[in-house]
Design a protein around this ligand. Sequence first.
Ligand SMILES: NC(=O)c1ccc[n+]([C@@H]2O[C@H](COP(=O)([O-])OP(=O)(O)OC[C@H]3O[C@@H](n4cnc5c(N)ncnc54)[C@H](OP(=O)(O)O)[C@@H]3O)[C@@H](O)[C@H]2O)c1
Length: 231
Amino acid sequence: MALLSQPYRALIIGSTGTIGSAFMELLQEKTSCIECIGLSRQSAPSIDYQDPNSIQAAAKALSSSGPFQLIINTIGVLHSADWMPEKRLEDLNSDQLIELMKINAIGPALTISHFSKLLDPNHSVMATLSAKVGSIEDNRLGGWYSYRASKAALNMLIKTASIELARSKPNTALIALHPGTVNSRLSKPFRGEQIGRPPLDAANDMLKVIEGLNKEDSGSFISYSGERLPW
Ligand SMILES: NC(=O)c1ccc[n+]([C@@H]2O[C@H](COP(=O)([O-])OP(=O)(O)OC[C@H]3O[C@@H](n4cnc5c(N)ncnc54)[C@H](OP(=O)(O)O)[C@@H]3O)[C@@H](O)[C@H]2O)c1
């Protein structure tokens, strides 16, 4: 039985990002979604992965707005003004590795820790955007060391949390969701405008996948097409 029964209340974390904004736009138009709250560095309360305390504080501030049947976390980084993804071993540096672990793995894990308490215990889904390049088995091209490693760490954290939640909240699914290549701020330096899909198309596809999830899908790494990805 599908976990996202209707009507549902949604929370988008990273709501000012390209894919996060597309989810906001999509869900605000869905009659089945009775409320869609956006959380970001700019919102009140705010969430900033440079300040881990903001994660718990935001969850606490939103606890009276729940329970949520759907939480989607879209926060993630690939590049910054100071660095681009590493092409070779000699590009590796501790600052970049630490930064990507902080934003792509530690922040999302703490978000699962604090926000899973806001999930509806009767039926709910929490999807965290990962990336297919975080798949260890699928890694054929190499490169992008810190991004790949941070998303692989994220995947392990989601899988581990899903096993714990299967005991305490058996009607909840925690998944790692791959959006595909999307035309966004993140993909822009990598020909994202040419090869990426429109963010609204990606959000639509991912919502269809989410709508079809049942509790047995918890702890899966799933693509926007519904394909199960190898860890
Ligand atoms: N685009 C793709 O082709 C693609 C492919 C595979 C996976 N993904 C994943 O999809 C997710 C969304 O990416 P996108 O393409 O929408 O990129 P984006 O437009 O750059 O959005 C990134 C989001 O992360 C937020 N963020 C960055 N640093 C943060 C911090 N320290 N604290 C809180 N929020 C922070 C941004 O907030 P601000 O708005 O405040 O900057 C924004 O909401 C990411 O997890 C990414 O890894 C994307």
